[in-house]
Write a protein that binds this ligand. Sequence first.
Ligand SMILES: Cc1ncc(COP(=O)(O)O)c(C=O)c1O
Length: 390
Amino acid sequence: MKHFEQSQLLNKLPKQFFASLVKKVGEVVAQGHDVINLGQGNPDQPTPDHIVKSLQDAAGNPSHHKYSPFQGHSFFKEAISTFYKREYDVDINPDTEVAILFGGKAGLVEIPQCLLNEGDTVLVPDPGYPDYWSGVALAKAKMEYMPLKEVYHFLPNYEAINPEILADAKLMFLNYPNNPTGAVANSDFFRKTVELANQHDICVVHDFAYGAIGFDGKKPLSFLQTPGAKDVGIEIYTLSKTFNMAGWRVGFAVGNESVIKAINLLQDHMYVSIFGAIQEAAATALLDPQSCVDDLVELYEERRNILVQGLHEIGWEVTSPMGSFFAWLKVPDGFTSEQFADKLLYEAHVVVAPGIGFGSYGEGYVRVGLLTSTDRLKEAVRRIRELKIF
Ligand SMILES: Cc1ncc(COP(=O)(O)O)c(C=O)c1O
């Protein structure tokens, strides 16, 4: 059989750090151990019944068996606009300020290709969600990292960025509630972001994947609630986390008209649009009463409290996340994040994600997902206690 070399572009893609973790975990599972996997970001709860029912009903509609309209159905874009008005009091024009996405990941990877030319500079958070790097590589652009440090509540310190880098930067990725740190943003930070973006002509992409998940009664802010935000950027929303629809692949971008237009143009050449029945069910999710979302946040908050309390009881001084479904835990002295994750995997059969996989400023931490039952979280804490590290 002939072997076809892959393109130079594909060779430029960043290495998938977590592939090696998945392999190690697979080996431990294959040995027959009862592994508690807190290393992934896959929601464990099912999609609420009324959304599934909406898909079931819509799937029989022959009009959805044809191609969906390019750029998506207007009923879905109108539902998105209603959702943003109701949840955030933000006005979104459904015709010009919405792009429908095959999940948030697709949009995040497309955006650099929509706006950048070879060699352009992008500001990315470190630690951060690795898909930002993939999009930047596909656009042959250059990354500059913005460290997220605990002293600054895991927000980038714009004053510390080299002015030459700011002058070159064309795009910036932000993500609050944050994966992996569990931090949330405040309005003052978003105001500074708009100011910086205006000053340096930077397009801001706020990844709002965990927008629904804020703890202690605090609803996370949408970037678009900031005065002037739409002038300088967009927000990417996904139904994956809010409605446990990760497998459905549906999300959207809202905000700056020129950016939305560029995303739609690229997508016109790559796809038609999402299956119409999925768009109908997604509209149901956005428009129907949101008690399923309240229940989900309550569930994650209960898990967070049990995990954090349990870890405190065994002497691990950890900070409680304020949003997302991740806890970002400081690794004890004497270990790198990978060594510590390996110790937990091999000796306690508990999987956590080593912080270094999210960037160099992730070193010294591990990420724990709140994506299993409280009993399993308690069992994970019990196993960690038995290692007698703390
Ligand atoms: C920070 C962040 N952004 C975006 C996504 C993408 O989600 P999806 O592609 O399912 O919409 C994820 C998923 O894990 C995420 O953690």
